[in-house]
Design a protein around this ligand. Structure first.
Ligand code: COA
Ligand code: MG
Length: 282
């Protein structure tokens, strides 16, 4: 899944537009985009949406409230019977949070196909546990990161510098999320680009994420979806290069290193090429 579009679940208007935005997944949000006074409305609307939506469209994901709120269990009780494809848990502190939510979904009779994604960097303590997600629960499907709540938790005045680039704490959070997700064998998903009128900025950030190994990105506005899909779809030239790498190794027989167009390629390059081709086939 390349693009995950957040849709505040208390907004009838946004819910009605969401399925036609081209996103691979919609995240019906019950958490930070919903006012405290609208939590019940959002929960009911998300469950109703799941029940009536055309399930051949985008994957349907629900972001529940954090585990330190009085809402998360009610959120699960309302939406699990309506069979979401996945649950997103915000402000996770470690793999134990995945276990807790995973077991609660089990208890509610949720099918084993219901996955769990985590926003795993929203408190200071969360940054010390990004290596704990592997093996936490079989439902774990992706990790993503957030810079806004982390900045609030740190009492920061801003999370970007004069050039508009994330400062140290947020770059660390992003990197640890990538490493934690790959170490856990799940999808690393880049966080949101807030400035939704700045499409160039979004594209640059998405390309940087794809270069580092992220395979998808969160969106907050319909206009962001096509850009994200484009960036995270392997291009024809990427695929052609990957095929050339695999062929070069096949032709060379049982060797560990080959040359292609004046560049040394060894086993990690072959692995990368195979992984890209496998992702394109999915
Ligand atoms: N999902 C579905 N539809 C959306 C949408 C979204 N996330 N964001 C905007 N739209 C719709 C608007 O309702 C509007 O519809 P219209 O053409 O029928 O009037 C259209 O897309 C254009 O929106 P625009 O006017 O450019 O933006 P806005 O001022 O209405 O909304 C935000 C801006 C940021 C409030 C809105 O994009 C949003 O709510 N995003 C999600 C926020 C969120 O979930 N945050 C939590 C995760 S970080
Ligand atoms: Mg938040």
């Amino acid at each position: 899944m390349r693009s995950f579009l957040f849709v505040p679940a208390d907004s009838e208007k946004k819910l009605s537009k969401a399925a036609s935005c081209g996103a691979d997944a919609l995240i019906l949000d019950l958490e930070d985009s919903v006012a405290l006074s609208a939590k019940d409305t959002a929960r009911t609307a998300a469950a109703a949406y799941l029940k009536t939506a055309d399930r051949t469209g985008p994957k349907l994901v629900v972001r529940i409230n954090a585990l330190d709120t009085p809402f998360w269990e009610k959120d699960l009780e309302a939406v699990i019977p309506a069979k979401p494809d996945m649950i997103v848990v915000p402000k996770t502190l470690s793999g134990d949070c995945v276990k807790k939510v995973g077991e609660h979904i089990d208890k509610l009779g949720g099918g084993e196909e219901i996955g769990i994604g985590c926003v795993a960097t929203e408190t200071a303590a969360s940054l010390f546990t990004l290596g704990t997600y592997g093996g936490s629960h079989p439902r774990l499907s992706f990790l993503t990161w957030g810079a806004e709540d982390l900045a609030a938790a740190l009492g920061a005045r801003d999370n970007k510098d004069e050039q508009g680039l994330y400062t140290g704490p947020y770059q660390l959070a992003r990197t640890l999320t990538l490493l934690g997700a790959v170490a856990a064998g799940v999808q690393p998903v880049d966080g949101v680009w807030k400035d939704f009128r700045d499409e160039k900025g979004l594209e640059a950030e998405a390309r940087a994420a794809a270069r580092d190994g992220f395979t998808g990105k969160m969106a907050i506005h319909p206009a962001q979806v096509a850009i994200i899909n484009e960036v995270f779809t392997p291009s024809d030239s990427d695929l052609a290069h990957a095929r050339a790498v695999v062929e070069a190794f096949e032709k060379a027989g049982d060797v560990g290193v080959v040359a292609l167009d004046g560049v040394m390629l060894d086993i990690p390059h072959l692995k990368q090429a195979r992984a890209l081709l496998a992702r394109a086939e999915r």
